[in-house]
Design a protein around this ligand. Structure first.
Ligand code: AMP
Length: 299
């Protein structure tokens, strides 16, 4: 039985940063999120790949204890191509080839339907809503999105957000979605839908949490070795939801802690391409960095 069900894309990514270029490596919001969640809980993916998807990448996820029973295989794998300039906070998309994602219909396996924790990683908001409707009695639904869906499916996206408990998005997306340059106003607009909490990621500058009457600002980590920030948002959301599933505590206080764990995993993720850095970290590394995050905030 899985602790966290994760819906999202599984991709082959081609990425160029000032520190190198990789072609058709494992990517996708669900891959990063599930790998990140697996440090805390048992994740199960709902997604689609093509028949061209490499078996060895599937094996990496399975060996990590990630359930792939909800992974469909048809057509060609989703391919995303992007690059970063020296400001690594912004990914520039060169190509989004949806391929098998375009006609994909969510099918939630029966044994996922009683999951209590759900992370809807970045994917078509209509698919996110289908997943929400298929899970029987979730305790917490966390969702993410990106500019692509804000531009292409704004109305559907707002309907889905209305059904989620925690909305996670980055600062530029928050401004774009809620039509305001002010992040506090954007967060308040999101809270007027039915979300309990809004988390705004600010790339390497930390994250903000807004709930009805409280506000928390998580620090950023002074990372010297950033190679590729792709998947930081997804690993942040996956680790955050994984930590909440592990602790079974969705209080505001615990969400703060989950945000810091999310930031810890995301900071490791940026240190190499694809999930290469995540493959190498151990629990000790996570706890050590968590402590450092805590110290940064003390005054
Ligand atoms: P991020 O955490 O925002 O850096 O997410 C990066 C991942 O999102 C990459 O591995 C891409 O494969 C994936 N991605 C890019 N565009 C989309 C999209 N429109 N829908 C779903 N996933 C996407």
């Amino acid at each position: 039985m899985a602790d966290v069900v994760i819906l999202g894309s599984m991709a082959l990514d081609t990425i160029e940063t000032p520190f190198g270029k990789v072609e058709r490596v494992l990517g996708g919001s669900a891959s990063y999120a599930a790998y990140a969640a697996s440090f805390f809980a048992k994740p199960a993916i709902i997604s689609v790949v093509g028949v061209d998807f490499p078996e060895n990448e599937k094996k990496v996820l399975l060996e990590r204890g990630i359930l792939l029973d909800g992974l469909k295989r048809e057509g060609k794998t989703f391919h995303w191509e992007g690059f970063y300039e020296f400001d690594m906070n912004e990914a520039k998309t060169i190509k989004t080839e949806l391929n098998s994602l375009e006609s994909y219909k969510v099918k939630v396996p029966d044994h996922y339907k009683d999951a209590k924790y759900v992370f809807l990683a970045n994917i078509d908001p209509e698919l996110q809503l289908d997943a929400i409707n298929a899970i029987r009695k979730p305790e917490l639904i966390v969702m993410d999105t990106m500019n692509f869906w804000i531009e292409h499916k704004r109305e559907q996206l707002l309907k889905t957000i209305d059904k989620a408990d925690v909305l996670v998005l980055n600062d530029a997306e928050a401004r774009q979605l809620f039509n305001t340059p002010n992040l506090v106003k954007a967060a308040n607009k999101a809270l007027r839908l039915h979300t309990r909490a809004v988390i705004i990621k600010k790339g390497e500058h930390g994250a903000l949490l807004f709930t009805d009457n409280k506000h928390f600002s998580a620090p950023s980590y002074p990372l010297e070795n950033i190679k590729d920030p792709t998947g930081c948002g997804d690993s942040f959301g996956g680790a955050l939801t994984g930590y909440l599933a592990k602790t079974r505590d969705t209080s505001e206080k615990n969400i703060r802690k989950a945000i810091v764990y999310g930031s810890v995993i995301a900071s490791f993720n940026a240190e190499d391409f694809s999930i290469e850095r995540l493959k190498k970290i151990r629990h000790d590394d996570i706890e050590k960095r968590f402590k450092e995050f805590r110290e940064i905030r003390e005054f």
